[in-house]
Design a protein around this ligand. Structure first.
Ligand code: GAP
Length: 540
């Protein structure tokens, strides 16, 4: 099955609009594409940048207690040893023995032990091959004890198998015939400078340390040797802020509680990339580490949960499509004393948009241990709870709202996408009802006739007025006026201004509102004011 065929129909339409209108393209498309990476086109880059600017304004520049920073993508490898990413950032990797799909065991469809597990392939030819494979697997000496003659094929589906070993099946074909689970580290490993990690592996083999070792031991050995000179692309922006906590605090003499925020690229070698830009290997995050007094984590967790709700709702996301899901005790990381996921109802169901976690003092402690440097904070005005004396030295606790920027773009696109139908039930238009501050263009300026020089000149002058006011405007003269409206509806441009003969004689202009297609005649000089007001209030 192709990737896009697995997506719900609505997602396929959004993916198609993204390509058609220059939001998101498959990376390296002319070379067949790279499954896990995406490029943002002229509209997409504006939308993503607008979203990230909104986050930065809300989280940093409109507050006194949060500052920003930008750390490097490649950090000292010991950062990732101390944080636990080298040892623990593993996903359980499994191969389907029938269709060869490689997937994450913990994300696979669950089934009850003993339940029937029909296996469905994309066409009859593949189903026939799969049937032979299933029969061969059942006939093998280490098979699960099911009778080969219980297997039947009905078109593209193989019936008669059951879950005998695992409580999950292949997400592609539903097969219960699976390889052993192996740990797969999600970090991208590379080397810095002119080092040759293979030379170290060859040297290890030459001195004979590989002798008598099985595959697993050999793999561990190679990993160990390669990791000696390895660096990693960061899998989250967060660690950059933990390791610079003291530099930031001391350089600004900033008092706890305060936050450090950062936006930027992160990289994870995901086993399953899915749902377009929802889960990719290269993506962008918007994270903030809020350092606070020991014991105050739960209070700040509630505070940031509310702030983040206000932010997502403020971008116009439908309230009934947003929800907060508290992590159960069994889901919490061992260092966390509370965590919420902000979930959005994507076309395939509710899924994570952001995590808001109380991480206690785990990260700073881990980096104190790893670096042997003290990362305490001294509050001269607070009483030390242990001694009762003035002056308290402690390791701050941290509350972290960690959002996906690229995932946020997808949520915004899904939320804004709307189709309208005429009285006969035919699709009459597709419109992106983006919040005006997120829209790539805020206004399109359209001369009614492109051959009329006076109209063109006037339209260009009006476009210039918007640009001078810092408002992204697009002069557009191609195609009929109807096609231009349709194009700007699909891009999400909140307003179209149509320049016609009357504009030349009485300096009025037709303004068309994207959301309800309403058209009004307004004085030209009010146009900038109307658009600026929409940007301020979010309302058209
Ligand atoms: N510092 C904590 C942290 O990184 P996370 O839940 O792993 O937590 C935070 O990531 C957010 O980053 C997620 O809620 C999601 O929006 C985004 N994210 C994580 N992995 C992603 C991926 N492979 N592709 C796109 N976005 C991703």
């Amino acid at each position: 099955m192709t990737e896009s065929a697995r997506e719900p129909e609505l997602m396929q339409k959004i993916v198609s609009l993204c390509k058609r209108r220059g939001f998101v393209f498959q990376s390296s498309e002319i070379y067949g594409g790279l499954k896990s990476a995406y490029d943002y086109g002229p509209m997409g880059v504006e939308l993503k940048r607008n979203l990230m600017t909104e986050w930065w304004t809300f989280m940093v520049t409109s507050r006194e207690d949060v500052v920003g920073m930008e750390s490097s993508i490649i950090m000292h490898p010991d950062v990732w040893r101390a944080s636990g990413h080298v040892g623990n950032f593993n996903d359980p990797l499994v191969d389907c023995l029938v269709c060869q799909e490689r997937f994450r065991a913990d994300k696979a469809p669950k089934v009850q032990m003993g339940a029937a597990t029909p296996i469905t392939l994309g066409d009859k030819a593949r189903a026939k091959l799969a049937e032979d494979k299933v029969k061969a697997l059942l006939a093998a000496p280490d098979a699960t004890g099911q009778a080969v003659d219980s297997i039947k094929r009905d078109g593209m589906t193989i019936l008669g198998t059951a879950a005998k070993e695992r409580e999950y099946v292949c997400p592609n074909c539903g097969s219960p015939f699976l390889s052993k689970e192996r740990n797969f580290n999600g970090m991208f490993r590379s080397s810095l400078g002119p080092t040759d990690p293979m030379a170290a592996v060859i040297e290890a083999l030459r001195v004979g340390v590989a002798e008598g070792k099985n595959d697993e031991e050999l793999r561990a050995l190679a990993d160990q040797v390669m990791n000696r000179s390895a660096v990693f692309l960061r899998p989250e922006t967060a660690q950059g802020m933990f390791v610079q906590f003291q530099n930031v605090q001391q350089s600004l003499s900033i008092k706890v509680p305060f936050g450090i925020a950062q936006m930027g690229k992160s990289f994870r070698n995901e086993i399953t990339v899915e749902h377009f830009i929802f889960r990719s290997c290269e993506f962008e995050q918007m994270e903030m580490e809020f350092f606070c007094e020991p014991g105050s984590g739960p209070k700040w967790l509630e505070y940031w949960k509310e702030q983040r709700r206000l932010w997502w709702e403020g971008l116009g996301l439908k309230k009934d499509k947003l929800r907060f899901r508290a992590h159960g005790q069994d889901e919490l990381a061992h260092y966390s004393d509370g965590c919420f996921d902000v979930e959005y109802e994507f076309p395939w169901g509710f899924d994570e948009l952001e995590g808001i976690a109380s991480r206690t003092d785990y990260d700073l402690n881990a980096h104190m241990q790893g670096s042997k440097k003290k990362l305490h904070y001294f509050d001269p005005e607070a009483d030390d709870p242990e001694t009762g004396k003035k002056g308290w030295r402690y390791v701050p606790h941290v509350v972290e709202p960690a959002a996906g920027a690229t995932r946020g773009v997808l949520a915004v696109l899904c939320d804004a996408y709307a189709e309208e139908f005429d009285e006969q039930g035919e699709l009459s238009r597709v419109v992106l009802r983006l919040h005006p501050r997120l829209a790539p263009y805020k206004v399109a300026v359209l001369p009614l006739v492109k051959k009329d020089e006076q109209l063109v000149e006037r339209a260009r002058a009006i476009t210039e007025q918007f640009l001078r006011a810092g408002i992204a405007a697009k002069y557009d003269e191609q195609h009929t006026i109807g096609k231009r409206y349709a194009k700007h509806d699909e891009i999400g441009t909140p307003y179209c201004l149509t320049i016609d003969a009357e504009t030349l004689s009485d300096t009025t202009v037709t303004i068309r509102f994207r959301d309800d297609k309403r058209q009004e005649r307004i004085p030209v000089q009010r146009a900038v004011e109307i658009v600026a007001e929409a940007l301020r209030t979010g309302r058209l």
